[in-house]
Design a binder for this molecule. Structure first.
Ligand code: MRU
Length: 380
């Protein structure tokens, strides 16, 4: 069965609660943009593309309900203004991933055009928004399938020794079905290798402090029967130092924002993995749709990095089986000394110099002869 994190049909949106994974698979309804904002803020949905899609669809669900109950603002202009205000609000939920503001910008353009069209009605403007939001979900899934294909081909052509025909890869954070509309970006590449029978082995990091790797990626790998092993983040150097048949051929990660020069903001720990990859001569790839590439941001220096609560570092969530009833109970325990100061940046920036290729739905962007990425060419 395909893992589906975001379910949307005819104006009804429900998502899997990622806070309860991998212990409980619970879906809940989101009926308003406020509900979408809360789900993103609380990390019930996370991952750059998934945040954008849930934000867009939460407002689609709200508009659909207003339309059904004849409660839309009365004029086309008023609906346009209402949608634009809600999109600005949704963008304020998390700052680093660019997909959300990119989606909001594109949706605003569509809504403005619809509301300015001569004689257009309030319902037509709402429907223009709803159709565009639905199309974004479909496009993200299609893009991920292409990212998977291009990334797998690149790894087989560029990262293996002549004697090898299968790849061993390491990935970080969660970039799979749970982080996107489906299939995934970096994890989509792993899925593509597996489906072509060219995956020798996958490793995933735990991804401290929020454990997207152990809770979510490990869950997806097990779900899809992909041969894989979980390591803590601190084990990556030891893993990369292994030579021979079991050596890691490539590290593949996702992205929350790729600047025009290729500098990439992604889950904290990505930068360290890129440094290790370069030291050990292992290929380092970033997989992301064009919606994650932000040509307006010149370099990683101007990417705003979200800082998250200290409790994510000082406590850990888990599940425990009740000895008597056998029920699973979710709980949080403290793992750090009371009174210690904490720094919790959710992302870091990997300089483009450490990145061998950026895998997009259009193919794998590599540096030119000048040693720089020319990502603007992807948008031609
Ligand atoms: O804080 P999160 O869990 O939203 O961070 C997610 C990541 O950093 C992912 O690697 C990134 O968004 C790419 S998802 C396809």
């Amino acid at each position: 069965m395909v893992l589906e994190a975001i379910r949307y049909n005819g104006g009804k949106l429900s998502i899997i609660d990622q806070l309860q994974l991998p212990f409980v698979e619970h879906y809940f309804d989101i009926t308003t943009s406020e509900g979408g904002w809360q789900a993103i803020k609380r990390m019930q949905v996370r991952g750059a593309p998934a945040i954008a899609i849930v934000a867009a669809l939460s407002l689609a669900a709200e508009l659909q309900a207003l339309a059904t109950h004849n409660k839309l603002p009365s004029s086309a202009e008023d609906v346009g203004a209402y949608i634009i205000e809600k999109l600005d609000y949704l963008v304020s939920s998390r700052p680093t991933a660019v997909n959300l503001s990119d989606a909001a910008r594109k949706l605003k353009t569509i809504v403005s055009a619809a509301s300015q069209r001569n004689g257009s009605t309030a319902l037509e403007v709402a429907n223009a928004y709803i159709h565009a939001a639905e199309a974004m979900q479909a496009k993200d899934l299609e893009d991920n399938m292409n990212i998977g294909k291009h990334g797998a081909e690149w790894i087989l052509a560029n990262a293996l020794s002549p004697a090898q025909n299968k790849a061993t890869v390491l990935t970080h954070c969660n970039t799979g079905s749970l982080a996107t509309s489906g299939y995934g970006t970096a994890l989509g590449v792993v899925r593509s290798l597996k489906s072509n029978d060219t995956l020798r082995y996958a490793y995933c990091t735990e991804t401290r402090p929020y454990n997207q790797g152990s809770r979510l990626t490990a869950f997806e790998l097990v779900h899809d029967n992909i041969p894989a092993t979980l390591i803590t983040d601190s084990m990556a150097a030891a893993l990369l130092s292994k030579a021979g048949e079991n050596a890691v051929n490539a590290i593949i990660v996702g992205a929350d924002r790729v600047a025009a020069n290729g500098d990439t903001a992604n889950k904290i720990g990505t930068y360290g993995l890129a440094v290790l990859a370069r030291y050990h001569g292992v290929k380092f790839l970033v997989a992301a749709p064009l919606t994650t590439i932000d040509l307006a941001t010149e370099s990683g220096n101007s990417i705003v990095i979200e800082e998250r609560p200290s409790s994510e570092v000082t406590t850990i969530k888990g599940s425990q089986e009740d000895n008597v009833t056998g029920d699973t109970k979710l709980g949080t325990v403290r793992i750090a000394a009371e009174g210690i100061n904490v720094w919790n940046p959710a992302f870091d920036v990997t300089p483009s110099i450490l990145i061998d290729g950026i895998v997009t739905e259009k193919g794998v962007a590599e540096k030119g002869k000048d040693g720089r990425f020319h990502l603007d060419e992807l948008f031609d």
